[in-house]
Design a protein around this ligand. Structure first.
Ligand SMILES: *Cc1c(COP(=O)(O)O)cnc(C)c1O
Length: 230
């Protein structure tokens, strides 16, 4: 078995175990292989090994890879910081954008999606606990942002995403994941038209099991599949 197959198998087994340990259907969890800074050859090996979803952080790098791999039937998720002036490319090349955290950015995505008659699926990135990053909307303002975005006809909110501060012990990330899940439940209870709150994008290589036990539906795993990045 190739190294890629071995590591992918280890990750999917860990996902299945984490799901079963908390009584969830493993099929309700989608693994996104995060391929930033990995060449398209390496990504192709990941696809050959069975990856169906890939995550990228940098538009220019991603567009090159997606073009090179355009014959492959995979879904692409944009998980990096998105500047409004790059929204056009994100809309053109990505099935999901996980990192929408302002109405300004949402409006630009909507405008670009309208141009190509697409309804862009997005997640709203929430700033959960931590000063490490400036990305994400404050939890208290998330419902308001979701309501505003729901009025845009070429964008559809599918859930929430977070990137909590790095915790050496993954158990320490649990409260953050729990907080995002609670916020998702609260927003879902509002039944905002044109909004689905089915997805929780949370958990990375070192903490995805904890994220799954708190309800993650999309886990973003890079290093554990593709190895360390330069
Ligand atoms: C790089 C990255 C990941 C994957 O991180 P690993 O620790 O390599 O699994 C997940 N999510 C986001 C937003 C990232 O930037």
């Amino acid at each position: 078995m190739s190294d890629m197959k071995t590591s992918l198998l280890a990750v999917t087994e860990q996902i299945d175990r984490a799901a079963r340990d908390c009584g969830r259907d493993p099929g309700s969890i989608t693994l996104i292989g995060v391929s930033k800074r990995k060449s398209s050859d390496v990504v192709a090996k990941g696809i050959d090994a069975g990856l169906l979803h890939l995550g990228e952080n940098y538009i220019q790098e991603a567009v090159e890879k997606i073009q090179e791999l355009s014959s492959r039937k995979v879904s692409w998720h944009f998980i990096g910081r998105l500047q409004s002036n790059k929204a056009r490319f994100a809309v053109q090349y990505f099935d999901y954008i996980h990192t929408v955290d302002s109405l300004k950015l949402a409006r630009e995505i909507d405008r670009q999606a309208a141009k190509i008659q697409k309804v862009q699926k997005i997640l709203v990135q929430v700033h959960i606990g931590g000063e490490d990053t400036k990305s994400g909307i404050h939890p208290d303002h998330t419902l308001g942002l979701v309501r505003d975005i729901s009025e845009l006809s070429h964008i559809q909110v599918q859930g929430l995403m977070c990137m909590p501060p790095y915790c050496p012990d993954p158990e320490d990330a649990r409260p953050y994941f729990r907080q995002l899940a609670k916020l998702r439940d609260e927003i879902r209870a509002q039944d905002v038209p044109n909004v689905e709150m089915n997805h929780l994008s949370m958990g990375m290589s070192h903490d995805f099991s904890v994220a799954i036990s708190q309800g993650a539906t999309l886990v973003r795993v890079g290093t554990a599949i593709f190895g360390e990045r330069q």
